[in-house]
Structure formats: structure tokens, C-alpha cells
Design a protein around this ligand. Structure first.
Ligand SMILES: [Zn+2]
Length: 400
């Protein structure tokens, strides 16, 4: 009757089907048919036979983890800049030595598609080893059409070289490239009028992202041009918002019905309320917060009071968040932002799925994709507790 059954396991369904906020079912079973979950519940109630039975030795089964915000594809790295800063170099000295985001832009423009795929694979593998089954990957280090398109093609190829679903976002409005120095608004127009339509016509992006920051990225008005272009192309939007100061990014994201507003350390109460009304997910990125030694945490109390859904992600990128572990982000979400264990684990499963617009994953429920992550832990809290331990002992993608 079923293609496969997994037994001898405890389940975090992330639904109301089980106990508590994680929807726990002890001594449960998951049955798969045609790549989807066909049945989930207590083992004693399992209805029928299966072609294959997998015994899980008492492991905990979660929905496959979802990393909903990464810049996984890029050329070079910034380890030298990291070293220079620790030796006392100033921001100007680092910039003069060719550092900062534009050094990644230069290295990415110089890299072939094959080179981008090859350098990204070990980073992807590190995330998959922890049970990630869906990952979002952004462009944003090309800042010209050819390189943005190459980054997105490389991201799509990663999804064919590994057993993982890759979702892509075009982040051409990430920074102003050197050839547009002093002409930021003109570049934002170029992104809206030329880059987004061309990327959309080639089907390279599943969404459009932008960075709103009045000092180092784009204004609310300029971001609006980019989002209008996304809307015309039929693509959903998401936003790097209010990371370093309150620029009204959360309200902007809500106004465009964004899937998510990400970072939002400085989002104001009105913006948070608007996000809740629009159904925009809050994506918290404790890795970047930690690496840049930010001290102003997101306003969790306001977000909880507004009923925002909270997701957590690595923000994997070569500058502010060279993070290769989603479980470490669950830990840091708890230690730095004071998330509960349940909030952290929902943030890398169910709410991360919503942040990407998916309704068919992130939970253990009949009809959803049978993407699973198996962990050798005695209780779910262990997934947030350890730093630097990988307890993942199995990964199932589309039932296989
Ligand atoms: Zn980011």
C-alpha cells in the first residue's frame, strides 16, 4: 500500500496533530507514497503494509530543514579582510586594499558558471549534512545582467547536482556597482527596467529580493521601483530590511505583500504590525548579527504580540555571515535573540517554508512532500543546545 514506512522514531510534526507547539508524536511512523507523505501518526495506528520499512533506532524525525535566506553562490572569499580587520585595519584601509562587498563582486564577475558551482558545492554539502532539504539562493554579487544571470544559473545547477530543492531570488538591488558610483538611483532604475525583466523572461528567479538601507543600499522609493518591476514580472518579493537602522523597511515589505522581511533588528512597531497584517514572515539572521557584533536585537516581544511567524536562516554570505550551519543558527536564535526551542525549530521548518511561499513542506502532514531529517538526539531541545555537533543521521528527499 505504501512505498516506504519509517518506524522506531519520534516525530516533530510541526502541526496540531501532535503534542505541544512542535506537534510531538512519540513512537510514531511516517508513510510515503509517490514522494509525498501518505500517513503520519502513532505507530500503533499505522494502517497498512509498505514495500520498504526503515527502522530509525529511536531517532527524532523532523520535516527536512529549510534554509530560506542564503547567498551561497559567490566568487572568492573575504578571509583576508577578516584577518586585516582583526589586525587593526580601518574600514578605509580595507576598502583601499579592495575589500568589502565590491571585492566579492569583482571575484564573482571573474568566475565562470562552472567555477561558481564548484566553489558552492562544499558549502551546500555542509548544510545538507545537517538535514537541509530546501534552500533559497540569491544572486546579488554580479550587479550586472550577465553576472546576475550566471549566478542564478549556477544556483539552479546546484539543485541538479544534489538531492535538494533550490529556490532562487534575484538580488540585483543589493549594492551599487562601481560603474554606477554616485548614481545609485540610476542603477535602481536599471535593475527595475532591464535586469529584472530579463531575468524573469529567462525563468531564472523564483522571487525578487532587495536591500533597503538609506546609507549603504537603496531607499524605500528606489526599492519600490524594483518591486514594481517584480510585480509586473509576476514574481513575489522579499526584503533585506531594517538591519542597521530603522528605514521603514518592514512597512515597505508589508505594503508589497512580501513573502518575508529579513534581519529587521531595527523594525518599528508600525512596520511589525503591518507585516502581521500582510502575512509577511520575519526572517531572523543571528549569524550576521553575531559576526558584525550588532548589539540591537530584533524586538521579539513586539513580533510575538503581533503574531508574526518567525523563521531563522544562515544568511550564508562571504562578508557578514560566513555560516555553514543552520543548527548553529537555531542555537544563536535562542541564545542571542531568546527564542524558545519551539520557535527556533519551527523557524527552520514550517515558518521557513512559508517564508518561501511553500505550503507543501515544512510539516509532517499527509499530502506534503516527504522531505525528512532524522536526528540522533534524546529530545528536540538538543538540536538547539549543542554548538558544533551534527546529530543528523538521515535525510529523505521526496520519499527516497
Ligand atoms: Zn542576506
Amino acid at each position: 500500500m505504501f512505498d516506504r514506512v519509517l518506524l522506531d522514531a519520534h516525530l516533530c510534526t510541526m502541526t496540531e496533530a501532535g503534542e505541544g507547539p512542535l506537534g510531538i508524536i512519540r513512537d510514531g511512523a511516517v508513510a510515503a507514497k509517490d514522494g509525498r507523505i501518505a500517513w503520519v501518526g502513532p505507530r500503533a495506528d499505522l494502517p497498512g503494509p509498505a514495500a520498504t520499512t526503515t527502522r530509525c533506532d529511536g531517532a527524532w524525525i523532523l520535516p527536512g530543514l529549510i534554509d530560506c535566506h542564503t547567498h551561497l553562490v559567490f566568487g572568492g572569499d573575504r578571509a583576508q579582510e577578516f584577518e586585516m580587520r582583526l589586525e587593526g585595519a580601518t574600514y578605509e584601509q580595507v576598502a583601499k586594499a579592495g575589500g568589502g562587498i565590491l571585492s566579492t563582486v569583482r571575484a564573482t564577475r571573474e568566475a565562470s558558471e562552472d567555477a561558481l558551482v564548484a566553489s558552492a558545492l562544499p558549502r551546500l554539502d555542509a548544510l545538507l549534512a545537517e538535514g537541509v532539504t530546501t534552500i533559497e539562493i540569491k544572486s546579488g554579487y554580479g550587479l550586472d545582467l550577465a553576472t546576475e544571470a550566471r549566478m542564478l544559473r549556477a544556483a539552479r545547477r546546484l539543485g541538479t547536482q544534489r538531492d535538494v530543492r533550490v529556490v532562487t531570488s534575484c538580488l540585483a538591488a543589493h549594492a551599487t556597482p562601481p560603474e554606477y558610483a554616485g548614481r545609485r538611483a540610476e542603477f535602481a532604475r536599471h535593475v527595475a527596467d532591464a535586469i529584472i525583466p530579463a531575468i524573469a523572461a529567462e525563468g531564472l528567479a523564483d522571487a525578487v529580493d532587495a536591500f533597503t538601507d538609506s546609507q549603504i543600499a537603496f531607499t524605500v522609493e528606489e526599492t519600490g521601483w524594483v518591486f514594481d518591476a517584480a510585480r509586473q514580472a509576476g514574481l513575489p518579493v522579499k526584503l533585506h530590511a531594517d538591519q542597521l537602522r530603522d528605514d521603514g523597511g518592514a512597512a515597505l515589505a508589508a505594503r508589497f505583500g512580501a513573502l518575508s522581511a529579513d534581519h529587521i533588528e531595527y523594525a518599528n512597531a508600525e512596520g511589525i504590525a503591518a507585516m502581521a497584517k500582510a502575512g509577511t514572515v520575519a526572517v531572523l539572521l543571528p549569524g550576521a548579527y553575531f559576526v558584525i557584533r550588532e548589539t540591537h536585537p530584533p524586538d521579539l516581544a513586539a513580533m510575538r504580540a503581533a503574531g508574526l511567524r518567525l523563521a531563522l536562516s544562515t544568511d550564508l554570505n562571504p562578508g557578514s555571515s560566513p555560516v555553514l550551519s543552520l543548527l548553529l543558527m537555531a542555537h544563536m536564535g535562542c541564545t542571542l535573540f531568546r527564542l524558545t526551542v519551539a520557535e527556533a525549530l519551527l523557524g527552520i521548518t514550517r515558518h521557513a517554508a512559508t517564508a518561501l511561499g511553500f505550503r507543501d513542506r515544512g510539516v509532517l502532514a499527509p499530502g506534503t512532500r516527504c522531505d525528512l531529517a532524522l536526528f540522533a538526539v534524546t529530545r528536540p531541545a538538543e538540536l538547539c543546545y549543542w554548538l558544533g555537533r551534527n546529530p543528523c543521521v538521515g535525510r529523505v528527499v521526496a520519499g527516497a
